[in-house]
Design a protein around this ligand. Structure first.
Ligand code: CO8
Length: 206
């Protein structure tokens, strides 16, 4: 199964672009919000604006097969608004490489990325490779992260993933997040190629 077959939501190109702009603006808002000082007037105004967003969005909620978020193969991280924007520069069945810049939204402290967000990025980049290598959707069985140095926000980082070994349906994948010559974190994960009855949108107990 190709990447496009796995994730293509079959949206018109101009709608894809528009959704990309929406996610971009959302991320900018998140970063600015995470960096705002205590300003009661701004807080009250923003809270009212966000309440109107809720009123607009909640009546239109749809099911997983029809949502846009995470289903736009043409956008970075499939347009998944929860994820840091990993820009994949090279994608083969053996190796995935890309750059990522975590904004202030992802800061844990000390102007460094929250450890959970580092693992989140590993789940994505290792998962991309596992799915490409397995030729179908995979699911994370475990994910191990070693934090070697603080991962800085607001700067371009390199993310790489490669296949360690394969045993039947089990894909053992490794990766690194680097800032220049510094290895900030190492990741290792086991991804299981899903059986037909475990397909997208199905829980294991279904
Ligand atoms: C492109 C998109 C990238 C996005 C990537 C993001 C991916 C995700 O985040 S997925 C969400 C997070 N993951 C989950 O919620 C998974 C929850 N768990 C499950 O669904 C199941 O336990 C699942 C699918 C992992 C394995 O279940 P199942 O397919 O029934 O496999 P099962 O028969 O138990 O085990 C198969 C083999 O894997 C091994 N295995 C399974 N889980 C583990 C584990 N945690 N550790 C070590 N080995 C394991 C088993 O020992 C067995 O090995 P062997 O064949 O050698 O005896």
């Amino acid at each position: 199964m190709s990447w496009e077959e796995m994730f293509k939501g079959d949206f018109a190109a101009e709608d894809v672009r528009a959704y990309g702009t929406l996610v971009e603006n959302l991320h900018a808002v998140q970063n600015a919000l995470a960096a705002m000082p205590m300003d009661r007037e701004a807080i009250d105004g923003l809270a009212a604006d966000l309440a109107s967003w809720r009123d607009r969005l909640e009546p239109a909620v749809t099911d997983e097969q029809h949502q846009v978020n995470g289903r736009v193969a043409e956008l970075p991280v499939r347009g998944h608004a929860m994820l840091p924007e990993l820009r994949v520069s090279s994608r083969t069945k053996d190796r995935v490489e890309g750059t990522v810049r975590f904004g202030r939204w992802f800061m844990g402290g000390g102007m460094a990325v929250h450890g959970g967000a580092v693992s989140l990025l590993f789940d994505e980049v290792l998962g991309i490779l596992a799915s490409l290598a397995a030729g179908g959707i995979t699911r994370t069985a475990y994910l191990h992260t070693d934090y070697r140095a603080l991962t800085p926000i607001d700067t371009d980082l390199e993310a790489v993933a490669w296949i360690d070994r394969v045993e039947g349906r089990k894909w053992f994948v490794r990766g690194e997040i680097r800032h220049g010559d510094v290895v900030c974190a190492e990741g290792e994960g086991l991804f299981l190629r899903l059986l037909p009855e475990q397909g997208l949108g199905r829980r294991t107990e279904d």
